[in-house]
Every structure is written in structure tokens, then in C-alpha cells.
Design a protein around this ligand. Structure first.
Ligand code: SF4
Length: 488
């Protein structure tokens, strides 16, 4: 690995943070091109002017691309490096970095900001020009901005602060260089969105188009932070309870389903309800109502605190007993052991849920099973697909949010298949240490995680070296659900 800097002060700051050889390339193009010697990854470090309004003195800019005179060099690893720098406690922005041959002044900053650039320097593009297919990153610490220019007395304080930050950043850049390598990526298929999640998101988007903002949504429409943030930007307002919704407003019920009491409250409040409950969750609710109407005790295999389970229990609270695990299956009781049935949360690990059902069957020979599987097709297929890749991978990355039950189950399935496996909301969550010594990386995504996050993760890993990407299809999916009449 080669770390390049332009100035002596920058070189000193970087050397305090790393044992990697640091090449001082100066500021003249002929000298800068000397940086392209050797082999392996190249990092360009130093200070810069911050041009975008959100960038402050002391912040770090990691270049998503470096723009120079008629040239743009992409830096795919930027999200991985930015995530690592944030975990080190730094304030980090990811975006275009522009190199120009003369010192940027006030009016330049405004023009560069208009072009979408975050920061400006005088060297990175000249180094980037010669990197070829070697992994390359550019990391700049901001010393001055349009509001806080170089000629103010604050430059001394800003300069010292920037150099200290550069020392911290250098340590992290060294970690990036350590894990740069050629890799094989195995993509599980199917992965990412299921029909129920696509339908729920479609319902919110159509409601916003048809009725205008704000549209209230009780709880996260699907368990994914990126989806919720994107819908919030369009005018959706997410609330925990109906009390937060103004009288007479329009409210969407999330894909995980609700207890009947929630619908009753909405009716009493005069709220216009649009129901985004997944039809496969609604099927489990119907089963509970049918069994409870016969006076049966209904064992609900699932996690008691999950929203879907809370909603399902609400169908018949006096008759439903939640069974969390095999130990609970050994202890649960029924009023009449001959009048018992079971249902399942739709997003459980298939093998684990079957073991729990088996224990219940041993204890209650008359136990009635659901007519068809409660664990939905999307959950089963994604688990089969991750099992298919995990046995052949050193590391499996599951894209999904921490409150997504089916994403968490994918991590467990991959771990049981022998791989190290982690849940990541996006590429920035990947810890560089996980990649040390890893040549084969498996990637999948939970049913609530958008496909573009997987594409971004694959792209980010390509910033560590050449990647070969293979997809291993485990099942075909062609399920679709109709929309409620309010938005169809
Ligand atoms: S994971 Fe299954 S039950 Fe949940 S929304 Fe998707 S299809 Fe419906």
C-alpha cells in the first residue's frame, strides 16, 4: 500500500497514525505522478477546502469520485471507508472531490458546490489519473469553507485540528489497505423484497400520489430504515400509536398486521384506514379466529415482542399462548389438551419453528396444524438461498435492519451453515476487520431490504480489489398481491 500526501505537515500528521510508507508527492503534477510507483492500493490523504454547505472545518470528506481536468475517477470503497471513519468518531461526508490547479477562492466555492462537489484540493485527481485498476481512495480533512476562509485567524486552530484528524484517519486508511484483495462474491437468490413488502410500499406511495401529504403510517410500514426515511422525505408521517394521528386523517396500517382493537379505535376516531397488512399475515389471523371460535387453545410459535405476533395475539388474547422456543413448548398448558392448534409467525427460521412444533405434537397428540405453511414463501426461499451460499463462503453479509425478523433469521441460518455472518443496514455498516483473510463473501438481503442496497454493497466491495460475482438461484418467485381499493 502507498499513502500519498502533498505537504510536509500532512506527511508528519499521517506518519503519526500509520506505519505504512508515506510518499510526499508535492504539489507539482510531475512530482505527483511519482506516486504511482509500486503496486497495491493507493490512498491520497491531506487537507482541503469544504465547498458544500453541510461540510464544516474539521470534517472528513471521503471521495466517492475524484474530478479533475476532463477526468473522473470513481472510488467505490468510499462507503466502507466512511463507515469505518465514523466508527472511529469522525464526522464524515461521502461525495465528489474536485481537484483544480490553483487555490480555490470564494466564488469558486459556490460554483463547485453547485456542481455537487463536497470539497476541493489541488492534487488528488493528478494521483488518481494514474491508478489504473489499483484500489484507490482519497480522504480529505477540511481546513476552510466559504464561511470560514483561509485568511481568517481561525485558520491556525482549524489547521491544527485538521492535522490531528488526519492522524486518526490514517489509522483507518491503513485498515482499508490491509483488507484490499481479490474476492469472489456469491449472491443468494432470491433475496431482498417480497411481494408483501412491495405491496406495502406501493400502498404508501400511491396514497401520497392520490391524497397528498401528510399520510400517516402506524409503525414502520416495513422494517427497513432506508425505506422509512425515503417515504418520510415524500411526506409519510410514521407514528407509534393512533393517538398521534389527527382526527379524521388518513392512516395506513403496516405490513405486519394489527390487533382488531386498533381497527376499532381507528373507526371510533373517524380515521380513514388503508390496510397494508400482508395477505399472508392476514391468513394467520384468520386461522387464529377460526381455531379460537372452536374454543381451542392456539399456540402461536413466534417472538412475543414482535409486532406481527402482538397483532396476531390480539385476535383472541384469551385463547392464544405464545411459544418462543423449545423450552416454552415443554411448559405450555392448555385448558383442554384435546382441543389445541398451532400457528406460526411468518418470518421464523423454518428448521427452528419445525422443532418447536414437533415438541408440541409430542405433548399434544391432537394438535391441529395450519392447512398450509404459516412461514411464508419469501422467508423459506431466502433461508434456502442463504444456506446454499453460506457453506461455500468465509463471510456472509445480510442486508437488513436490526428490527427485521426475517433478516435476523438469515444471519442465524448462515451461521448454522458454518459461515461468519453479520447483519448490515448498508455498505457503511461493514466492518473492515470482518474482511481480513476473507476471499469468498456471500451476500443476501432480508425481505424488507431494497435491492439497490445489495448493488451498492457489491460495488463498495469492488473498491477493495477485483471481484468475481456469481448468483446462485435457489428458487423462482412470481407471487404478487392485489392492492386495496383505496389506492388501486
Ligand atoms: S415476509 Fe412474507 S409475510 Fe412478511 S410481508 Fe413478505 S410475504 Fe408477507
Amino acid at each position: 500500500m502507498n499513502i500519498c500526501v502533498a505537504l510536509r505537515t500532512e506527511a508528519a500528521a499521517v506518519r503519526r497514525g500509520t506505519t505504512v510508507p508515506v510518499t510526499r508527492v508535492g504539489m507539482r503534477a510531475t512530482h505527483l505522478r511519482r506516486a504511482q510507483v509500486g503496486s497495491g492500493p493507493i490512498a491520497m490523504l491531506g487537507v482541503a477546502g469544504g465547498v458544500a454547505p453541510q461540510v464544516q472545518a474539521g470534517d472528513v470528506v471521503v471521495a466517492s469520485e475524484v474530478r479533475g481536468d476532463g477526468l473522473t475517477v470513481s472510488c467505490p470503497a468510499a462507503p466502507l471507508l466512511a463507515g469505518a471513519l465514523r466508527r472511529a468518531g469522525l464526522t464524515v461526508h461521502v461525495g465528489p472531490l474536485v481537484t483544480q490547479s490553483r487555490m480555490a477562492r470564494g466564488k469558486d466555492f459556490a460554483a463547485l458546490a453547485m456542481s455537487g462537489a463536497l470539497a476541493v484540493d489541488m492534487e488528488s485527481a493528478v494521483v488518481a489519473e494514474g491508478v489504473g485498476d489499483r484500489p484507490f481512495v482519497a480522504v480529505r480533512v477540511v481546513t476552510d469553507t466559504a464561511a470560514d476562509p483561509l485568511l481568517r485567524p481561525t485558520i491556525v486552530r482549524n489547521g491544527y485540528r485538521a492535522l490531528r484528524t488526519l492522524t486518526q484517519a490514517a489509522k483507518v486508511v491503513e485498515e482499508w489497505g490491509d483488507v484490499a484483495a481479490q474476492r469472489t462474491i456469491r449472491l443468494a437468490a432470491p433475496r431482498s423484497f417480497c411481494a408483501g413488502v412491495e405491496r406495502a410500499i406501493d400502498i404508501v406511495e400511491r396514497a401520497l400520489d392520490r391524497y397528498g401529504a401528510p399520510i400517516y403510517v402506524r409503525r414502520q410500514i416495513v422494517h427497513n430504515a432506508h425505506i422509512v426515511a425515503a417515504l418520510e422525505r415524500r411526506g409519510a408521517v410514521f407514528v407509534e400509536e393512533l393517538e398521534e394521528v389527527p382526527d379524521g386523517a388518513r392512516v395506513i396500517l403496516a405490513a405486519h398486521g394489527v390487533a382488531p382493537a386498533v381497527r376499532t379505535t381507528a373507526g371510533e376516531r373517524g380515521l380513514a384506514v388503508i390496510d397494508a397488512t400482508c395477505p399472508l399475515v392476514a391468513k394467520v389471523h384468520n386461522e387464529v379466529r377460526r381455531y379460537a371460535a372452536r374454543g381451542a387453545t392456539v399456540f402461536l410459535i413466534g417472538h412475543a415482542d414482535h409486532e406481527e405476533v402482538v397483532g396476531t395475539v390480539g385476535e383472541a388474547p384469551a385463547r392464544v399462548v405464545v411459544v418462543d422456543d423449545e423450552h416454552a413448548a415443554d411448559r405450555v398448558m392448555a385448558d383442554d389438551p384435546d382441543n389445541v392448534a398451532y400457528v406460526m409467525q411468518t418470518t421464523l427460521a423454518v428448521d427452528e419453528a419445525e422443532r418447536i412444533a414437533g415438541r408440541l405434537r409430542e405433548r399434544f397428540p391432537s394438535l391441529v396444524a395450519p392447512r398450509s405453511d404459516d412461514i411464508c414463501y419469501a422467508t423459506s426461499n431466502r433461508q434456502a438461498a442463504v444456506r446454499e451460499i453460506a457453506g461455500d463462503c468465509d463471510l456472509v453479509l445480510v442486508v437488513g435492519s436490526a428490527n427485521s425478523s426475517n433478516s435476523l433469521r438469515l444471519v442465524e441460518v448462515a451461521q448454522r451453515a458454518g459461515a461468519a455472518a453479520y447483519l448490515v443496514d448498508d455498505a457503511a455498516d461493514v466492518q473492515l476487520a470482518w474482511l481480513r483473510g476473507v476471499n469468498r463473501v456471500g451476500i443476501t438481503a432480508g425481505a424488507s431490504a431494497p435491492p439497490y442496497l445489495v448493488d451498492e454493497l457489491v460495488h463498495a466491495l469492488s473498491g477493495l480489489g477485483p471481484t468475481e460475482v456469481h448468483e446462485l438461484p435457489a428458487a423462482d418467485e412470481n407471487v404478487t398481491f392485489t392492492l386495496p381499493r383505496e389506492v388501486s
